[in-house]
Design a protein around this ligand. Sequence first.
Ligand code: UD1
Ligand code: MG
Length: 459
Amino acid sequence: MMKNYAIVLAAGKGTRMKTELPKCAFPILKKPMIDYIVENIEASIVDETVVVVGHQKEVLIDILKDRVEYAHQDIQRGTGHAVMVTRELLEKKRGTTIIMLGDMPLINDKIINKVMSYHKDRKNDLTVLTTKFDNPKGYGRIIRDENGIIESIVEHNDCTNEQKAINEVNTGIYVVNNSLLFKEIDKIEMNERKGEYYLTDIVQLMRNEYKVGTFVLWDSYKVMGVNDLFSISIAEKHLREEINKVHMLNGVSIINPETVTIGHNVQIESNVTIYPNTYITGNSVIKYGSKVGPNTEVHHSIIHEDVVVKHSLVFDSEINSGSTVGPFAHLRNGVVIGKNNRIGNFVEVKNSTTGEGTKASHLAYIGDAKTGSNVNFGCGSITVNYDGINKHQTIIGDGVFIGCNTNLVAPVEIGDRVFIAAGSTVTKNVPSGALAIARNRQINKADYAKNLIRPKDDQ
Ligand code: UD1
Ligand code: MG
Protein backbone atom coordinates (compact mmCIF):
# COMPACT_ATOMS: atom_id res chain seq x y z
CA MET A 1 0.00 0.00 0.00
CA MET A 2 1.18 3.53 -0.75
CA LYS A 3 1.71 5.45 2.44
CA ASN A 4 3.30 8.66 3.65
CA TYR A 5 6.40 8.46 5.82
CA ALA A 6 8.40 11.03 7.75
CA ILE A 7 12.05 10.88 8.70
CA VAL A 8 13.13 13.37 11.36
CA LEU A 9 16.86 13.88 11.85
CA ALA A 10 17.59 14.43 15.52
CA ALA A 11 20.81 12.58 16.25
CA GLY A 12 23.12 15.58 16.37
CA LYS A 13 24.61 17.06 19.49
CA GLY A 14 23.90 20.67 18.63
CA THR A 15 27.46 21.82 19.25
CA ARG A 16 26.62 25.45 18.56
CA MET A 17 24.04 25.42 21.36
CA LYS A 18 26.80 24.96 23.97
CA THR A 19 24.26 23.33 26.25
CA GLU A 20 24.20 20.03 28.09
CA LEU A 21 20.84 18.97 26.63
CA PRO A 22 20.87 17.62 23.06
CA LYS A 23 19.56 20.33 20.74
CA CYS A 24 16.31 18.70 19.61
CA ALA A 25 15.31 18.12 23.24
CA PHE A 26 15.87 21.75 24.14
CA PRO A 27 12.63 23.38 25.34
CA ILE A 28 10.83 26.31 23.77
CA LEU A 29 8.02 27.61 25.99
CA LYS A 30 8.83 24.68 28.30
CA LYS A 31 8.20 22.10 25.57
CA PRO A 32 10.98 20.17 23.82
CA MET A 33 11.66 21.22 20.24
CA ILE A 34 11.22 17.66 18.92
CA ASP A 35 7.76 17.51 20.48
CA TYR A 36 6.56 20.39 18.28
CA ILE A 37 7.78 18.65 15.16
CA VAL A 38 6.34 15.25 15.99
CA GLU A 39 3.03 16.77 17.09
CA ASN A 40 2.68 18.48 13.72
CA ILE A 41 3.61 15.31 11.86
CA GLU A 42 0.94 13.49 13.86
CA ALA A 43 -1.61 16.10 12.75
CA SER A 44 -0.54 15.78 9.09
CA ILE A 45 -1.15 13.18 6.39
CA VAL A 46 1.95 11.24 7.44
CA ASP A 47 1.22 7.64 8.42
CA GLU A 48 4.52 6.49 9.93
CA THR A 49 7.37 8.43 11.50
CA VAL A 50 10.98 7.45 12.04
CA VAL A 51 13.13 9.67 14.24
CA VAL A 52 16.89 9.32 13.86
CA VAL A 53 18.51 9.48 17.30
CA GLY A 54 22.11 9.24 18.41
CA HIS A 55 23.70 11.74 20.75
CA GLN A 56 22.04 11.30 24.20
CA LYS A 57 19.28 9.34 22.50
CA GLU A 58 17.69 8.28 25.79
CA VAL A 59 16.66 11.91 26.38
CA LEU A 60 14.75 12.04 23.09
CA ILE A 61 13.28 8.57 23.48
CA ASP A 62 12.05 9.54 26.92
CA ILE A 63 10.23 12.52 25.40
CA LEU A 64 8.66 10.74 22.42
CA LYS A 65 8.26 7.25 23.90
CA ASP A 66 6.38 4.98 21.46
CA ARG A 67 4.83 7.76 19.39
CA VAL A 68 7.45 7.11 16.67
CA GLU A 69 9.93 4.49 15.53
CA TYR A 70 13.63 5.04 16.09
CA ALA A 71 16.63 4.61 13.83
CA HIS A 72 19.99 4.76 15.57
CA GLN A 73 22.90 6.79 14.27
CA ASP A 74 25.49 6.07 16.91
CA ILE A 75 28.21 8.14 15.29
CA GLN A 76 26.97 11.32 13.66
CA ARG A 77 28.40 11.43 10.17
CA GLY A 78 26.10 14.09 8.75
CA THR A 79 22.52 14.53 7.57
CA GLY A 80 22.99 12.20 4.58
CA HIS A 81 24.30 9.45 6.81
CA ALA A 82 21.41 10.02 9.22
CA VAL A 83 18.98 9.14 6.42
CA MET A 84 21.07 6.07 5.48
CA VAL A 85 20.49 4.55 8.94
CA THR A 86 16.71 4.46 8.37
CA ARG A 87 17.17 1.93 5.56
CA GLU A 88 16.24 -1.11 7.61
CA LEU A 89 12.97 0.43 8.75
CA LEU A 90 11.85 2.05 5.52
CA GLU A 91 13.57 0.61 2.46
CA LYS A 92 10.90 -1.97 1.62
CA LYS A 93 7.99 0.41 2.00
CA ARG A 94 6.17 1.98 -0.88
CA GLY A 95 5.06 5.57 -0.86
CA THR A 96 6.28 9.09 -0.28
CA THR A 97 8.70 10.23 2.38
CA ILE A 98 9.17 13.68 3.86
CA ILE A 99 12.55 14.28 5.44
CA MET A 100 12.70 16.96 8.09
CA LEU A 101 15.29 18.26 10.51
CA GLY A 102 14.72 18.07 14.24
CA ASP A 103 15.67 21.71 14.73
CA MET A 104 12.71 23.44 13.04
CA PRO A 105 10.14 23.86 15.83
CA LEU A 106 7.90 26.32 13.97
CA ILE A 107 6.94 23.93 11.19
CA ASN A 108 3.24 23.07 11.08
CA ASP A 109 1.04 20.31 9.71
CA LYS A 110 -0.34 22.51 6.92
CA ILE A 111 3.11 23.05 5.43
CA ILE A 112 3.81 19.31 5.63
CA ASN A 113 0.56 18.49 3.83
CA LYS A 114 1.04 21.22 1.27
CA VAL A 115 4.53 20.24 0.20
CA MET A 116 3.63 16.54 0.08
CA SER A 117 0.59 17.23 -2.10
CA TYR A 118 2.59 19.54 -4.33
CA HIS A 119 5.22 16.84 -4.78
CA LYS A 120 2.56 14.33 -5.86
CA ASP A 121 0.63 16.75 -8.07
CA ARG A 122 3.80 17.69 -9.91
CA LYS A 123 4.78 14.01 -10.15
CA ASN A 124 8.19 14.95 -8.80
CA ASP A 125 10.67 12.34 -7.64
CA LEU A 126 12.32 14.80 -5.26
CA THR A 127 10.98 18.14 -4.02
CA VAL A 128 13.12 20.49 -1.96
CA LEU A 129 11.30 22.99 0.23
CA THR A 130 13.10 26.31 -0.05
CA THR A 131 12.54 29.80 1.29
CA LYS A 132 14.13 33.23 1.19
CA PHE A 133 15.83 34.97 4.08
CA ASP A 134 17.09 38.54 4.17
CA ASN A 135 19.99 37.18 6.13
CA PRO A 136 20.62 33.64 4.84
CA LYS A 137 23.84 33.15 6.81
CA GLY A 138 24.36 29.58 7.93
CA TYR A 139 21.86 28.01 5.53
CA GLY A 140 22.61 25.98 2.43
CA ARG A 141 22.05 28.06 -0.74
CA ILE A 142 19.88 26.96 -3.65
CA ILE A 143 21.79 27.00 -6.91
CA ARG A 144 19.57 27.09 -10.02
CA ASP A 145 20.53 26.58 -13.66
CA GLU A 146 19.77 28.99 -16.48
CA ASN A 147 16.23 27.58 -16.73
CA GLY A 148 15.64 28.21 -13.07
CA ILE A 149 15.72 24.50 -12.22
CA ILE A 150 17.44 23.49 -8.99
CA GLU A 151 20.94 22.22 -9.67
CA SER A 152 22.47 21.81 -6.25
CA ILE A 153 22.57 23.00 -2.64
CA VAL A 154 25.81 24.51 -1.37
CA GLU A 155 26.43 24.85 2.36
CA HIS A 156 27.20 28.35 3.60
CA ASN A 157 30.81 27.53 4.39
CA ASP A 158 31.38 25.99 0.97
CA CYS A 159 29.90 28.96 -0.92
CA THR A 160 31.85 31.31 -3.11
CA ASN A 161 31.22 35.00 -2.39
CA GLU A 162 28.89 35.09 -5.34
CA GLN A 163 26.90 32.12 -4.01
CA LYS A 164 26.75 33.69 -0.56
CA ALA A 165 24.75 36.54 -2.09
CA ILE A 166 21.95 34.10 -3.00
CA ASN A 167 19.14 34.47 -0.50
CA GLU A 168 17.13 31.41 -1.46
CA VAL A 169 17.98 28.69 1.04
CA ASN A 170 17.44 25.03 1.78
CA THR A 171 14.96 24.61 4.64
CA GLY A 172 16.06 21.03 5.20
CA ILE A 173 12.68 19.63 4.20
CA TYR A 174 12.63 17.23 1.26
CA VAL A 175 9.87 15.08 -0.17
CA VAL A 176 11.02 12.04 -2.07
CA ASN A 177 9.73 8.85 -3.58
CA ASN A 178 10.62 6.34 -0.87
CA SER A 179 12.05 3.56 -3.07
CA LEU A 180 14.18 6.03 -5.02
CA LEU A 181 15.50 7.51 -1.79
CA PHE A 182 17.04 4.21 -0.76
CA LYS A 183 18.25 3.54 -4.26
CA GLU A 184 20.17 6.83 -4.33
CA ILE A 185 21.09 7.74 -0.77
CA ASP A 186 24.17 5.52 -0.50
CA LYS A 187 25.67 7.23 -3.53
CA ILE A 188 26.29 10.36 -1.46
CA GLU A 189 30.01 10.80 -0.99
CA MET A 190 31.77 12.12 2.05
CA ASN A 191 32.35 15.86 2.07
CA GLU A 192 36.10 16.21 2.47
CA ARG A 193 36.07 19.49 4.35
CA LYS A 194 33.76 18.30 7.14
CA GLY A 195 34.14 14.54 6.94
CA GLU A 196 30.34 14.28 6.73
CA TYR A 197 27.78 12.94 4.30
CA TYR A 198 25.58 15.87 3.28
CA LEU A 199 21.95 15.04 2.54
CA THR A 200 21.93 18.14 0.34
CA ASP A 201 24.04 16.24 -2.24
CA ILE A 202 20.96 14.19 -3.12
CA VAL A 203 19.88 17.02 -5.42
CA GLN A 204 22.90 16.71 -7.70
CA LEU A 205 22.65 12.93 -7.56
CA MET A 206 19.06 12.79 -8.70
CA ARG A 207 18.67 15.75 -11.00
CA ASN A 208 19.94 14.10 -14.18
CA GLU A 209 17.84 10.99 -14.05
CA TYR A 210 14.77 12.07 -12.12
CA LYS A 211 12.33 14.92 -11.78
CA VAL A 212 13.66 17.24 -9.11
CA GLY A 213 11.76 20.40 -8.18
CA THR A 214 11.35 22.97 -5.46
CA PHE A 215 8.49 24.33 -3.43
CA VAL A 216 9.11 27.89 -2.27
CA LEU A 217 7.59 28.80 1.06
CA TRP A 218 6.97 32.50 1.70
CA ASP A 219 6.47 32.33 5.48
CA SER A 220 10.16 31.82 5.96
CA TYR A 221 10.20 32.05 9.74
CA LYS A 222 8.17 28.84 9.98
CA VAL A 223 11.06 26.82 8.69
CA MET A 224 13.89 28.58 10.47
CA GLY A 225 16.55 26.22 11.76
CA VAL A 226 17.54 26.58 15.40
CA ASN A 227 21.27 26.15 15.88
CA ASP A 228 22.13 28.25 18.93
CA LEU A 229 20.51 29.87 21.94
CA PHE A 230 20.04 33.14 20.13
CA SER A 231 17.93 31.46 17.44
CA ILE A 232 15.99 29.72 20.23
CA SER A 233 14.99 33.17 21.47
CA ILE A 234 13.89 34.21 17.97
CA ALA A 235 11.85 31.02 17.52
CA GLU A 236 10.29 31.56 20.91
CA LYS A 237 9.34 35.12 20.03
CA HIS A 238 7.61 34.02 16.81
CA LEU A 239 5.80 31.24 18.58
CA ARG A 240 4.69 33.49 21.43
CA GLU A 241 3.29 36.09 19.06
CA GLU A 242 1.49 33.46 17.02
CA ILE A 243 -0.07 31.78 20.06
CA ASN A 244 -1.08 35.03 21.78
CA LYS A 245 -2.74 36.26 18.61
CA VAL A 246 -4.87 33.12 18.31
CA HIS A 247 -6.05 33.52 21.91
CA MET A 248 -6.84 37.20 21.48
CA LEU A 249 -8.90 36.47 18.39
CA ASN A 250 -10.75 33.85 20.44
CA GLY A 251 -11.83 36.44 23.01
CA VAL A 252 -8.99 36.33 25.51
CA SER A 253 -7.88 39.77 26.61
CA ILE A 254 -4.10 39.92 26.96
CA ILE A 255 -2.71 43.08 28.48
CA ASN A 256 0.77 43.95 27.20
CA PRO A 257 1.10 40.70 25.21
CA GLU A 258 4.85 41.08 24.64
CA THR A 259 5.29 40.17 28.29
CA VAL A 260 2.88 37.24 28.28
CA THR A 261 4.03 33.74 27.42
CA ILE A 262 1.47 31.07 26.70
CA GLY A 263 2.52 27.52 25.86
CA HIS A 264 1.54 25.63 22.76
CA ASN A 265 -0.92 23.26 24.48
CA VAL A 266 -2.66 25.73 26.77
CA GLN A 267 -6.43 26.12 26.38
CA ILE A 268 -8.04 29.41 27.32
CA GLU A 269 -11.77 30.16 27.12
CA SER A 270 -13.25 33.51 26.16
CA ASN A 271 -13.71 36.37 28.60
CA VAL A 272 -10.47 35.49 30.33
CA THR A 273 -8.02 38.31 31.05
CA ILE A 274 -4.28 37.71 31.22
CA TYR A 275 -2.27 40.49 32.85
CA PRO A 276 1.38 41.36 32.18
CA ASN A 277 4.40 39.21 33.04
CA THR A 278 2.45 35.99 33.10
CA TYR A 279 3.58 32.51 32.00
CA ILE A 280 1.02 29.83 31.33
CA THR A 281 2.55 26.57 30.14
CA GLY A 282 2.11 22.79 29.93
CA ASN A 283 -1.37 21.39 29.48
CA SER A 284 -3.00 24.20 31.41
CA VAL A 285 -6.66 25.16 31.00
CA ILE A 286 -8.08 28.56 31.95
CA LYS A 287 -11.86 28.71 31.94
CA TYR A 288 -14.42 31.42 31.21
CA GLY A 289 -14.21 34.69 33.11
CA SER A 290 -10.99 34.07 35.03
CA LYS A 291 -8.27 36.64 35.54
CA VAL A 292 -4.66 35.53 35.67
CA GLY A 293 -1.70 37.77 36.54
CA PRO A 294 0.10 40.04 36.68
CA ASN A 295 3.40 38.33 37.55
CA THR A 296 2.02 34.83 37.66
CA GLU A 297 3.23 31.40 36.56
CA VAL A 298 0.76 28.63 35.81
CA HIS A 299 2.07 25.25 34.70
CA HIS A 300 0.08 22.06 34.00
CA SER A 301 -2.90 23.39 35.94
CA ILE A 302 -6.64 23.82 35.57
CA ILE A 303 -8.20 27.10 36.52
CA HIS A 304 -11.99 26.94 36.50
CA GLU A 305 -14.51 29.76 35.88
CA ASP A 306 -14.25 33.18 37.53
CA VAL A 307 -11.04 32.54 39.39
CA VAL A 308 -8.60 35.33 40.16
CA VAL A 309 -4.89 34.50 40.43
CA LYS A 310 -2.42 37.32 40.92
CA HIS A 311 1.31 37.52 41.68
CA SER A 312 1.38 33.77 42.29
CA LEU A 313 2.77 30.38 41.26
CA VAL A 314 0.45 27.51 40.37
CA PHE A 315 2.00 24.17 39.40
CA ASP A 316 0.24 20.84 38.70
CA SER A 317 -2.85 22.04 40.52
CA GLU A 318 -6.53 22.76 40.07
CA ILE A 319 -8.47 25.80 41.29
CA ASN A 320 -12.25 25.56 41.32
CA SER A 321 -14.61 28.34 40.32
CA GLY A 322 -14.98 31.58 42.21
CA SER A 323 -11.73 31.26 44.16
CA THR A 324 -9.03 33.85 44.53
CA VAL A 325 -5.35 33.05 44.82
CA GLY A 326 -2.64 35.53 45.78
CA PRO A 327 -1.01 37.87 45.88
CA PHE A 328 2.14 35.85 46.53
CA ALA A 329 0.63 32.42 46.94
CA HIS A 330 2.31 29.20 45.85
CA LEU A 331 0.32 26.11 44.90
CA ARG A 332 3.25 23.77 44.61
CA ASN A 333 1.84 20.56 43.21
CA GLY A 334 -1.08 18.18 43.54
CA VAL A 335 -3.36 20.84 44.98
CA VAL A 336 -7.11 20.99 44.43
CA ILE A 337 -8.61 24.21 45.74
CA GLY A 338 -12.40 24.00 46.19
CA LYS A 339 -14.96 26.53 45.02
CA ASN A 340 -15.03 30.07 46.43
CA ASN A 341 -11.83 29.70 48.41
CA ARG A 342 -9.52 32.48 49.35
CA ILE A 343 -5.82 31.62 49.29
CA GLY A 344 -4.09 34.83 50.19
CA ASN A 345 -0.74 36.47 50.82
CA PHE A 346 2.23 34.19 51.43
CA VAL A 347 0.26 30.99 51.58
CA GLU A 348 1.91 27.80 50.32
CA VAL A 349 -0.18 24.74 49.55
CA LYS A 350 1.18 21.35 48.52
CA ASN A 351 -0.48 18.01 47.81
CA SER A 352 -3.70 19.05 49.50
CA THR A 353 -7.38 19.48 48.81
CA THR A 354 -9.76 22.05 50.24
CA GLY A 355 -13.56 22.03 50.36
CA GLU A 356 -15.88 24.83 49.30
CA GLY A 357 -15.58 28.25 50.92
CA THR A 358 -12.31 27.59 52.74
CA LYS A 359 -9.97 30.48 53.53
CA ALA A 360 -6.28 30.80 54.24
CA SER A 361 -5.87 34.50 53.81
CA HIS A 362 -2.36 35.08 55.07
CA LEU A 363 0.92 33.36 55.96
CA ALA A 364 0.02 29.69 56.07
CA TYR A 365 1.52 26.37 55.01
CA ILE A 366 -0.91 23.63 54.05
CA GLY A 367 0.88 20.44 53.07
CA ASP A 368 -0.45 16.88 52.71
CA ALA A 369 -3.82 17.96 54.07
CA LYS A 370 -7.41 17.07 53.30
CA THR A 371 -9.51 20.00 54.30
CA GLY A 372 -13.30 20.25 54.48
CA SER A 373 -15.52 23.16 53.49
CA ASN A 374 -15.73 26.56 55.19
CA VAL A 375 -12.51 26.07 57.10
CA ASN A 376 -10.72 29.18 58.26
CA PHE A 377 -6.94 28.96 58.53
CA GLY A 378 -5.87 31.83 60.75
CA CYS A 379 -2.79 33.84 59.94
CA GLY A 380 0.33 31.73 60.47
CA SER A 381 -1.35 28.31 60.63
CA ILE A 382 0.84 25.42 59.67
CA THR A 383 0.30 21.77 58.95
CA VAL A 384 3.43 20.20 60.37
CA ASN A 385 3.66 17.40 57.81
CA TYR A 386 7.32 16.43 58.08
CA ASP A 387 8.94 14.77 61.05
CA GLY A 388 12.40 14.83 59.54
CA ILE A 389 12.00 11.38 57.99
CA ASN A 390 8.46 10.95 56.69
CA LYS A 391 5.57 13.09 55.51
CA HIS A 392 2.23 12.69 57.27
CA GLN A 393 -1.33 13.68 56.53
CA THR A 394 -3.60 16.18 58.26
CA ILE A 395 -7.36 15.72 57.94
CA ILE A 396 -9.63 18.65 58.76
CA GLY A 397 -13.45 18.48 58.82
CA ASP A 398 -16.02 21.10 57.78
CA GLY A 399 -16.53 24.47 59.41
CA VAL A 400 -13.31 24.34 61.43
CA PHE A 401 -11.83 27.55 62.81
CA ILE A 402 -8.07 27.37 63.18
CA GLY A 403 -6.74 30.21 65.33
CA CYS A 404 -3.66 32.17 64.35
CA ASN A 405 -0.23 30.57 64.68
CA THR A 406 -1.55 27.07 65.11
CA ASN A 407 0.62 24.02 64.42
CA LEU A 408 -1.27 20.92 63.38
CA VAL A 409 1.30 18.17 63.96
CA ALA A 410 0.55 15.36 61.48
CA PRO A 411 -0.68 12.70 61.44
CA VAL A 412 -3.66 14.36 63.02
CA GLU A 413 -7.40 14.47 62.45
CA ILE A 414 -9.63 17.43 63.28
CA GLY A 415 -13.40 16.76 63.35
CA ASP A 416 -16.17 19.04 62.08
CA ARG A 417 -16.93 22.46 63.57
CA VAL A 418 -13.86 22.37 65.81
CA PHE A 419 -12.45 25.60 67.21
CA ILE A 420 -8.71 25.69 67.81
CA ALA A 421 -7.39 28.43 70.05
CA ALA A 422 -4.73 30.69 68.61
CA GLY A 423 -1.15 29.63 69.26
CA SER A 424 -1.99 25.96 69.78
CA THR A 425 0.31 23.11 68.85
CA VAL A 426 -2.15 20.31 68.21
CA THR A 427 -0.63 16.83 68.46
CA LYS A 428 -3.75 14.79 69.18
CA ASN A 429 -6.95 14.28 67.22
CA VAL A 430 -9.77 16.69 68.04
CA PRO A 431 -13.36 15.33 68.03
CA SER A 432 -16.13 17.19 66.23
CA GLY A 433 -17.57 20.16 68.03
CA ALA A 434 -14.66 20.53 70.49
CA LEU A 435 -12.64 23.56 71.44
CA ALA A 436 -8.94 22.63 71.42
CA ILE A 437 -6.46 24.68 73.39
CA ALA A 438 -2.92 23.38 73.25
CA ARG A 439 -0.70 26.00 74.77
CA ASN A 440 0.36 27.18 78.21
CA ARG A 441 -2.15 29.06 80.27
CA GLN A 442 -1.26 32.72 80.62
CA ILE A 443 0.10 33.99 83.94
CA ASN A 444 -0.07 37.70 84.78
CA LYS A 445 2.35 38.77 87.55
CA ALA A 446 1.13 41.99 89.08
CA ASP A 447 3.53 44.95 89.01
CA TYR A 448 6.37 42.77 87.77
CA ALA A 449 7.05 44.53 84.48
CA LYS A 450 9.05 47.29 86.10
CA ASN A 451 11.80 44.72 86.83
CA LEU A 452 12.18 44.12 83.14
CA ILE A 453 11.51 47.50 81.60
CA ARG A 454 13.88 50.18 82.83
CA PRO A 455 14.09 53.77 81.70
CA LYS A 456 17.03 54.25 79.30
CA ASP A 457 18.93 56.67 81.68
CA ASP A 458 19.38 53.97 84.34
CA GLN A 459 21.43 51.70 82.12
C1 UD1 B 1 21.19 21.94 7.51
C2 UD1 B 1 21.40 21.77 6.00
C3 UD1 B 1 21.34 23.16 5.35
C4 UD1 B 1 20.01 23.81 5.67
C5 UD1 B 1 19.77 23.88 7.18
C6 UD1 B 1 18.35 24.32 7.46
C7 UD1 B 1 22.85 19.85 5.54
C8 UD1 B 1 24.23 19.43 5.22
N1 UD1 B 1 22.67 21.17 5.75
O1 UD1 B 1 22.28 22.66 8.04
O2 UD1 B 1 21.48 23.04 3.95
O3 UD1 B 1 19.98 25.12 5.12
O4 UD1 B 1 19.95 22.58 7.77
O5 UD1 B 1 18.13 24.53 8.82
O6 UD1 B 1 21.98 19.04 5.58
N2 UD1 B 1 21.67 15.48 12.34
C9 UD1 B 1 21.67 14.12 12.53
N3 UD1 B 1 22.83 13.43 12.28
C10 UD1 B 1 23.96 14.03 11.85
C11 UD1 B 1 23.94 15.42 11.65
C12 UD1 B 1 22.78 16.13 11.90
O7 UD1 B 1 20.68 13.53 12.92
O8 UD1 B 1 24.95 13.31 11.66
C13 UD1 B 1 20.44 16.24 12.63
C14 UD1 B 1 20.62 17.24 13.74
O9 UD1 B 1 20.29 16.69 15.00
C15 UD1 B 1 19.67 18.37 13.34
C16 UD1 B 1 19.54 18.22 11.83
O10 UD1 B 1 20.08 16.97 11.50
O11 UD1 B 1 18.40 18.23 13.92
C17 UD1 B 1 20.26 19.33 11.09
O12 UD1 B 1 21.61 19.39 11.47
P1 UD1 B 1 22.34 20.78 11.64
O13 UD1 B 1 23.73 20.51 12.11
O14 UD1 B 1 21.52 21.72 12.42
O15 UD1 B 1 22.42 21.28 10.12
P2 UD1 B 1 22.58 22.78 9.61
O16 UD1 B 1 24.00 23.18 9.73
O17 UD1 B 1 21.58 23.64 10.29
MG1 MG C 1 20.31 23.35 11.85
